[in-house]
Design a protein around this ligand. Structure first.
Ligand code: SF4
Length: 450
């Protein structure tokens, strides 16, 4: 995901490129908010910028390559570039290729980025009157990412996020809730709760007590989700490691307080592969838990992601993964080929699989899941759904229901020309589907009365 930012022209002017995942996007929003608060102008064009900041991603090799390409492009087009974000942790790799980069800092190093900016492009002396108030957001007005923690205390052998972003550091509960309130008051209709490990929220703070609106709460996901639900807008939780807290969240989903949507990156199901990956949870338990969750909350949407071709993955391990998908009937699945990441423990593992086998398995898994997802969508034809309008076009609307997260899932396409705005909620009836998306008509209220 690449986002560029533009605003009304004045000077000094900063160009900004945000790469990578929603967590990085939130960092970009924070840096941009500070830059604007100090009176800088933001620009989407290299030519009109005095300097370009690139917030990079370094999660997998393709992301590293994209980040390096963006740095190269910005240097060629503008010449004055500051690099921050995940790839910043590998400063020597950047310097080797681009010695002319002005400054490099790591992930969520807000102060360092600002110091580098002040050094290379001092802020305007009299910004008052030019400064636009409020937070800069890179998402449409009606939804926003809410980051509740930085870093991760796990040590999955294929991942270098803890090296890049450090151990889990949870934000104080009241600080998050204040921000959520502000966003809701600003017109946000859906909050997407993100972090590297959302289910672990508050563990580092030993779930310390907190006071919110005179009420005693604890710094943990269940209390946070309960308080967020009171805002009366959609609350969607992303990146939930399969801890026990998930079971506690299900009643909230069943009663409609938060969206009945679980995004759990399982990565694999075979115990020895999970052990080598440094991750918990056995497949049978997962299947039992999924069955129980669906009993409690029949409308639950389940999304997960898997890695195929991990070192030592045998044919029977992969077959077990396919069997799990058949049994679990997940709604949406992402699948990545294992790739060695510089500095990750698994890079040293024996039994690395050939690229062709990884790709073959990825294709096989996606084909199998495509059938499952297709059938899951088929079951929704005829249902009435409450959908959030994302885009209004001349002859159709792009909307999403509780089952579709923005950017990663499909959409609900609603036929017709309607005087609606992004952020409106409407009721529709599903009339068809393809492999990803649903097609719907605006529901006739009279039908419901009959
Ligand atoms: S849970 Fe594992 S994969 Fe996810 S960020 Fe933490 S170490 Fe990386």
């Amino acid at each position: 995901m690449r986002k560029e930012f533009s605003m009304l022209q004045s000077s000094p002017t900063v160009g900004f490129i945000s790469l990578g995942c929603p967590k990085n996007l939130v960092d970009s929003e924070r840096i941009l908010t500070q830059i604007r608060a100090e009176g800088y102008t933001l620009s989407a064009q290299y030519e009109s910028s005095d300097l370009v900041i690139i917030n990079t991603c370094g999660f997998i090799e393709s992301a590293v390559e994209e980040s390096l390409e963006s740095i190269g492009e910005a240097l060629a087009e503008n010449g004055r570039v500051i690099v921050t974000g995940c790839l910043g942790a590998r400063a020597e790799q950047i310097r080797e290729r681009f010695p002319e980069v002005l400054a490099i800092s790591g992930a969520h190093a807000y102060a360092e980025v600002m110091t580098a900016l002040h050094h290379h492009l001092p802020p305007p002396r009299h910004p008052a009157g030019l400064v636009a108030p409020g937070e800069v957001r890179l998402t449409p007005r009606h939804y926003a990412y809410l980051k509740i923690a930085e870093g991760c205390s796990h040590r999955c052998s294929f991942c270098i996020i803890p090296q890049l972003r450090g151990d889990l550091v949870s934000r104080p509960l009241d600080e998050i809730l204040l921000q959520a309130e502000r966003l809701a008051a600003d017109g946000v209709r859906e909050l997407l709760v993100v972090s590297q490990d959302t289910a672990a929220y508050g563990q580092d703070l030993r779930h310390r007590p907190a006071i919110w609106q005179g009420r005693p709460l604890r710094t943990r996901l269940l209390d946070l989700a309960t308080a967020l639900a009171e805002l009366g807008i959609w609350i969607r939780l992303h990146y939930l490691y399969p801890y026990k807290v998930l079971d506690e969240l299900l009643p909230l989903m069943a009663e409609g307080a938060i969206l009945p949507y679980l995004d759990i990156p399982l990565q694999h199901v075979q115990p020895q592969i999970l052990r080598a990956m440094g991750r918990p949870a056995a497949a049978e338990q997962m299947l039992e838990r999924i069955a129980r969750w669906r009993q409690i909350c029949p409308d639950l949407t389940l999304r997960s992601s898997f890695i195929v071709g991990f070192p030592g993955e045998r044919d029977e391990d992969f077959a077990a993964l396919l069997a799990f998908l058949d049994a679990a009937q997940l709604d949406r699945v992402g699948c990545f080929c294992y790739s060695n990441i510089n500095g990750a423990a698994a890079q040293q593992f024996a039994d690395q699989l050939p690229e062709s086998l990884k790709q073959e398995r990825q294709q096989q898994l996606m084909e199998r899941q495509q059938q499952i997802s297709f059938q899951r969508l088929q079951r929704r034809v005829g249902q009435r759904l409450l959908v959030l309008v994302d885009e209004v076009h001349a002859q159709h609307l792009i909307t999403r229901s509780a089952a579709e997260a923005p950017e990663v899932d499909g959409v609900v396409v609603v036929n017709g020309s309607w005087e609606l705005e992004p952020g409106d909620l409407i009721e529709v009836e599903v009339v068809g589907h393809d492999h990803h998306d649903l097609f719907a008509e605006v529901a006739d209220p009279a039908d419901e009365e009959e």
